[in-house]
Design a protein around this ligand. Structure first.
Ligand code: ADP
Ligand code: MG
Length: 258
């Protein structure tokens, strides 16, 4: 059965920003587990604490209470992809992809080979020497994905990585991510505000309430793996989208009224 321990385990995690009268209760309490190889999506209204949750998982922010554990093999890091890409504009595409490998002190020949592999896989080989400013939004996002995946992370943390892209590119990258994570079995925590995206990609979809975000529902999209983007055209997809939309609509209303 492999590793029985969850890769990500949150227990009663909360986060409050600021103090006293100005305190903003941003998140929680949230309980969450992500099993090895599982792709978990989190959807919720704007401002409900999704990014806060992911930043806590990435170790960039501390919870105010509760605990979040992330279990990686010491050599296999967790990698995070932000909505705004987080790539370095002063480095070439190749240097961006090499960056994480150099931080990890991967030997040069292996780092070269891995960088070349991910350049190819993301269709960026011809742009290795280009600077990100010269690339389209979709290509910049591919650089960010290649950089994250080149380190062969055990856990992938993604915060609305496709939100800034047009609908067509988003669909293409969703399908690519589906293929990738199904071959690598990478444990993934994926934040999105798009129900369709969550349903296409996720083994599980967690719905969060308005701020302070808590998990109010969990659904398993009924599509076996390996799965392709063709599930978008099924009646089950439409049914689950409207079911989740009803849940979310109540929360968007609640947030707007608060
Ligand atoms: P989401 O990603 O779901 O849109 P966030 O996690 O970014 O939501 O934010 C949740 C709430 O916490 C929002 O009200 C936001 O304004 C607040 N918040 C987030 N980060 C900070 C911060 N560093 N300082 C103060 N408030 C913050
Ligand atoms: Mg956010």
């Amino acid at each position: 059965m492999g590793d029985p321990h969850p890769k990500i385990e949150a227990r009663a995690v909360t986060r409050v920003f600021g103090r006293a009268a100005r305190a903003v209760h941003a998140l929680g309490p949230v309980d969450l587990t992500v099993a090895p190889g599982e792709f978990t999506c989190v959807v919720g209204p704007s401002g409900c604490g999704k990014s806060t949750l992911l930043r806590i998982a990435a170790g960039l922010l501390r919870p105010s209470s509760g605990e979040l554990r992330i279990r990686t093999n010491a050599r296999r890091p967790a990698a995070m992809i932000f909505q705004d890409y987080g790539i370095h504009d002063w480095k070439t595409v190749l240097a961006n992809i090499r960056f994480g490998l150099d931080v990890q002190k991967v030997p040069r020949r292996e780092a070269d080979a891995r960088a070349a592999h991910w350049l190819d896989r993301m269709g960026l080989t011809d742009f290795a020497a280009a600077y990100p400013a010269a690339l389209s939004g979709g290509m910049r996002q591919r650089v960010a994905i290649a950089r994250a995946l080149a380190v062969e992370p055990e856990i992938l943390l993604m915060d609305e990585p496709f939100a800034a892209l047009d609908a067509q590119l988003r669909t293409i990258l969703q399908d690519e991510l589906l293929g990738l994570t199904q071959t690598t079995r990478t444990t993934t925590l994926f934040i999105t505000h798009s129900l369709e995206e969550a349903i296409v990609l996720g083994d599980r979809v967690l719905v969060m309430s308005a701020r302070p975000g808590r998990v109010i529902a969990e659904r398993r999209p009924p599509f076996p793996r390996p799965r392709t983007g063709a599930v978008r055209a099924t009646p089950e997809f439409a049914a689950l989208t409207s079911e989740l939309w009803e849940l979310l609509r109540g929360e968007v209303g609640a947030g707007a009224a608060a």
